[in-house]
Design a protein around this ligand. Sequence first.
Ligand SMILES: NC(=O)C1=CN([C@@H]2O[C@H](COP(=O)(O)OP(=O)(O)OC[C@H]3O[C@@H](n4cnc5c(N)ncnc54)[C@H](OP(=O)(O)O)[C@@H]3O)[C@@H](O)[C@H]2O)C=CC1
Ligand SMILES: CC(=O)N[C@@H](CCC(=O)OP(=O)(O)O)C(=O)O
Length: 303
Amino acid sequence: MTTAVFIDGEAGTTGLRIRDRLGARDDIRIVSVPEEHRKDRTARRDAYAQADVAILCLPDDAAVEAVRMAGNTRLIDASTAHRIDPTWVYGMPELPGQRDRIRDARRVANVGCYATGSIAMLRPLTDAGILPADHGVVLTGVSGYTGGGKALIAEHEGGAAPGFYLYAVHQSHKHVPEIMRHGGLTRKPLFQPAVGAFAQGMIVQLHLHADMLPGEVAGHARIEACLRDFYAGDPFVTVAQPGDRIDPQAANDTNRMILTVQGDGEGRVTVAAVLDNLGKGASGTAVQNLNVMIGAKETAGLT
Ligand SMILES: NC(=O)C1=CN([C@@H]2O[C@H](COP(=O)(O)OP(=O)(O)OC[C@H]3O[C@@H](n4cnc5c(N)ncnc54)[C@H](OP(=O)(O)O)[C@@H]3O)[C@@H](O)[C@H]2O)C=CC1
Ligand SMILES: CC(=O)N[C@@H](CCC(=O)OP(=O)(O)O)C(=O)O
């Protein structure tokens, strides 16, 4: 049996990647609207009606509007619009019990890219009681410029952007609410993202004074052990031995996320998550969620 999938925003940065990942599968039939009609409401309404599942790869406001067109078609929304909406299921399959919720869901909000790395590091630690919910958490991130979609790609590839810069410097980044909700935090974390002069890939880091956390061990061993336990058997998330350098592009073109824990043995610990902002941070997780929703093998079409 094939599943009919409509990718609304198929010509965009995320949509194209999803299309590439699904195109070769014989259990999926892609429903398309010609690019010149990509914003035509009648053509899109028709595509929604033909699809079993639609994946929204649109700006937030267009995603909200698209939901109204979608009728009863099951949805995966790659935008930020519905991630803390209680009527949507959060599309991060690694979280406890989440695969079952995603499997049964009609509306799945795909996790954000920085949020993927942040929650992957935080949630095991808050669930285990190692990190108190009200701890003053500090997160930083650096993303490839494709994270900003077509507009930021044009700025970088046109030579108009600096080689590296911080942004969202007023603690205003849109991923903070979902990081708090699903990372298990009650206090707003400090989060400082940046963009580098590379297209694709990202690092998110969690910085901790582990000697200030409850419990006896100030070193990083229990943090690493907690992450290893949490992700044991996970198809895409691994805890690796840290090296001297962390390459943001190490997981590019895959759906993998690589976690490493570094410490000085005296309480200063950094945890890092490396993922492809366009892969595990967007199109890969959307396909993983689709696989769970339709009962396909979770790794189908993904490496
Ligand atoms: N890039 C990334 O790393 C990630 C992106 N996301 C999210 O995915 C969504 C898509 O992002 P991205 O692919 O980067 O963005 P792009 O700007 O690259 O692509 C968006 C696509 O949607 C089309 N579009 C815009 N408005 C409408 C509309 N009203 N009706 C139909 N189509 C429309 C655009 O057409 P046009 O070409 O005319 O603008 C474009 O093809 C966003 O919500 C983004 O936040 C999520 C995770 C990571
Ligand atoms: C470099 C860059 O601009 N990145 C984007 C996040 C991209 C992303 O993945 O955000 P969503 O998952 O929420 O759509 C930003 O910080 O707004």
